[in-house]
Design a protein around this ligand. Structure first.
Ligand SMILES: [Zn+2]
Length: 384
């Protein structure tokens, strides 16, 4: 057992076995701002785990120096169930083997229940209203009866995150540049994070767009958006920041990257008042904020070998070819190479690795474009 951590037992899934979630806590319980951070809810996405591997000793040292101002909770690997899923020498941590669902979906949607329970109870004091809402949120999560181990896990995670001021979920893509999905989080904090972590593409949603999927990031934000919609005149500020950071591609795990990513997160936490000390000037941002419905998603129209023309981080214009799908059976056919083209103009944030076979309907790239794309409006901004 890690010496500094707490272990939270999960629901046993088979006789004689039990898994545990490992949780690190810094600062004072109940102090603000409260920060909750986790990595690898998709269990085979390890760059964020590496960032936390380097951040945790920094937080430990800051605690010993009395510099933690708020409360910080860190879960270095948020999905012990998915961590165990090896098959034929591959670690497959994105979907649950048994329930066959994406681990970053179907988190508990407590928004409607909180909207109903808060009715008639909001006063004139915003701080009191926020405190009441957070209490009700925690109560809703506590009342949930999880039917299985993954839902039990999700309940444990939400019980630590729903009342936080900052919720930071660390993921990665297949082959990708560092990017940030910020949804409806407050723009000033998003600007800070985007610059501090060196994001090359940061997307933000329409402020009133309630997420259509219950990802971890969404389950912490959606209740506030539903409350704002139900009680537009109430003294109830939207009181969370809930984002997903995509720490490049799955293979981008190194001490050099982990060290700088950890240090950048530490500096962001200083800048937002969770840790004392001078964060220094805000680094120059590598991108402007772009709309989440401006995320162009390229789908393979047919099966074949994938060959990319553009690399991650490339600026791509509408109509340009991002990759080709090659029919390996007939190099003589006129249509043996099928281009997949960008619809919008923007930055290619993610793609698959070279040398892979694709199939019809598979996502083969994502591009952050400056403007909303009509065919993407209403679709999830994060991974499909
Ligand atoms: Zn992920």
């Amino acid at each position: 057992m890690p010496s500094r951590a707490t272990r939270v037992p999960l629901l046993s899934n088979s006789p004689g076995t039990q898994r545990f979630l490992t949780v690190y806590r810094f600062g004072t319980a109940g102090a603000r701002p409260k920060v909750y951070m986790q990595a690898a809810i998709h269990a085979n996405e390890l760059p964020g785990v590496m960032a936390l591997h380097h951040l945790l000793p920094m937080l430990d040292a800051a605690e010993k120096d009395g510099k933690i101002k708020g409360e910080i909770i860190v879960v270095p690997t948020a999905n012990p169930v998915g961590l165990s899923q090896h098959l034929y020498n591959n670690h497959l941590g994105r979907y649950d083997f048994n329930l066959r669902e994406n681990y970053n979906r179907n988190f508990l949607d407590i928004g409607d229940a909180v909207v109903a329970k808060v009715k008639g109870k909001l006063g004139k004091d915003p701080a009191q209203n926020v405190a009441l809402v957070r209490k009700l949120m925690l109560k809703e999560v506590a009342a949930f009866q999880p039917p299985n181990e993954p839902q039990f896990l999700k309940k444990v995670l939400m019980a630590m995150s729903v009342d936080a001021d900052y919720v930071i979920d660390l993921h990665c893509d297949t082959h990708s540049s560092l990017h940030l999905f910020a949804g409806a989080s407050p723009r000033d904090a998003v600007e800070d994070m985007s610059a501090d972590i060196g994001s090359v593409a940061t997307t933000v949603g329409r402020p009133d767009a309630i997420p259509g999927i219950m990802s971890f990031s969404a389950c912490n934000m959606a209740p506030w958006l539903k409350l704002a919609k139900a009680y537009p005149d109430a003294a109830l500020p939207k009181s969370t920041f809930s984002v997903t950071i995509e720490y490049r591609g799955q293979a981008d795990v190194s001490h050099a990257l982990g060290r700088s990513d950890g240090a950048n997160l530490f500096r962001f936490l200083q800048r937002r008042g969770a840790i004392g000390g001078d964060p220094g000037p805000l680094p120059k941002a590598k991108c402007k904020l772009t709309p989440s419905w401006g995320m162009d998603v390229g789908y393979a129209p047919k099966p074949g070998m994938l060959v990319y023309v553009k690399d991650r981080g490339a600026k791509v214009k509408a109509g340009e070819t991002v990759c080709e799908i090659i029919d390996p059976l007939d190099p003589f056919a006129a249509d043996c190479r099928t281009p997949v083209k960008a619809v919008g103009t923007g930055v290619l944030v993610s793609r698959r690795r070279d040398g892979q076979l694709t199939y019809p309907g598979q996502v083969v790239f994502r591009m952050a474009c400056d403007k909303e794309l009509p065919h993407r409006i209403g679709k999830p901004g994060t991974d499909d």
